[in-house]
Design a protein around this ligand. Structure first.
Ligand code: NAD
Length: 260
């Protein structure tokens, strides 16, 4: 059980982050939600977490591309819950284009949100975790943290980067009760991927279902999407005592993507 612990999950108003936040709340952890969205919808997510799992959930809208906002969020979490015991670096965006056409501002935003934000949250969370001699840092990388795909230069660079950052964090905490690991999902049907499904359907003049099948058949041998609930269960395992010696791993849950 994670009773009494506090978990901060970046980018948790949608998709994988929300799935992980719900799974951690189910184990009794208090939750700091982060991410964008309509105020009333975020409020509803917060209330659902509290009602379903009897924990306290707050939301902080820090823009993960802005170090000062990240620092403010970390401080609010500590003021509210006393500590950030579990840190899940999940916020991320995608942009698809050839390198020579890749907008410079998109490159910078992807590196900032998908990679550098994890440095900022981690550097601020580590001192208290080390002091307590307990902590869990889980970085949501991707199959693209381990292999590349055309037209995803910034994303693949950021995700490979976060796998490297995970290893260094694990080494610097190796003799403590703090662990750091990466999870590398394959395709998960979230708004981030739905955009790519829509683009494929439009480009090829096919239906939404055909576009999903096409996307999966290219990369994911199982032919099925990974779900946020499955990823939540893996995060819960990584937070358990059984995972004390899982350190610096880049753990794929990808329907066989990187086995090829
Ligand atoms: P999503 O679009 O459903 O959710 C992204 C979340 O991040 C949202 O809550 C959004 O508000 C938040 N966010 C975006 N920019 C932000 C910013 N600047 N500051 C704060 N929050 C911000 O996407 P998802 O598919 O759930 O992706 C979550 C993570 O999982 C990302 O790091 C993504 O790269 C990774 N991932 C996704 C897939 C997939 O197939 N969906 C596969 C592998 C890895």
């Amino acid at each position: 059980s994670l009773q009494g612990k506090a978990a901060l999950v970046t980018g948790s108003t949608s998709g994988i982050g929300l799935g992980i936040a719900r799974a951690l709340a189910q184990q009794g952890a208090h939750i700091v939600l982060n991410g964008f969205g309509a105020a009333d919808e975020i409020k509803a997510l917060q209330i659902a977490l509290q009602k379903d799992f009897g924990i306290t959930a707050i939301h902080h809208a820090a823009d993960m591309s802005r170090p000062a906002e990240i620092a403010a969020m970390m401080q609010v979490a500590v003021e509210k819950f006393g500590a950030v015991d579990i840190l899940v670096n999940n916020a991320g965006i995608q942009h698809v284009a050839n390198i020579e056409d890749f907008p410079i501002d998109k490159w910078d935003a992807i590196i900032a949100i998908n990679l550098s934000s994890a440095f900022h949250t981690t550097r601020l969370a580590l001192p208290a975790m080390k002091e307590k001699n307990w902590g869990r840092i889980i970085n949501i990388a991707s199959a693209h943290g381990l292999v590349g795909s055309a037209q995803k230069s910034a994303y693949v660079a950021a995700k490979h980067g976060i796998v490297g950052f995970t290893k260094v964090t694990a080494l610097e905490t190796a003799q403590t009760g703090v662990t750091c690991n990466a999870i590398c999902p394959g395709w998960v049907l979230t708004p981030l991927v739905q955009k790519q499904v829509d683009a494929r359907a439009a480009n090829e003049g096919i239906s939404n279902d055909e576009a999903k099948k096409g996307l999966l058949s290219e990369k994911q041998p199982s032919g099925e999407f990974v779900t946020p609930e499955q990823l939540g269960a893996l995060a819960v395992f990584l937070c358990s005592e059984a995972a004390n010696q899982v350190r610096g791993a880049a753990w794929n849950m990808d329907g066989g993507w990187i086995a090829q």
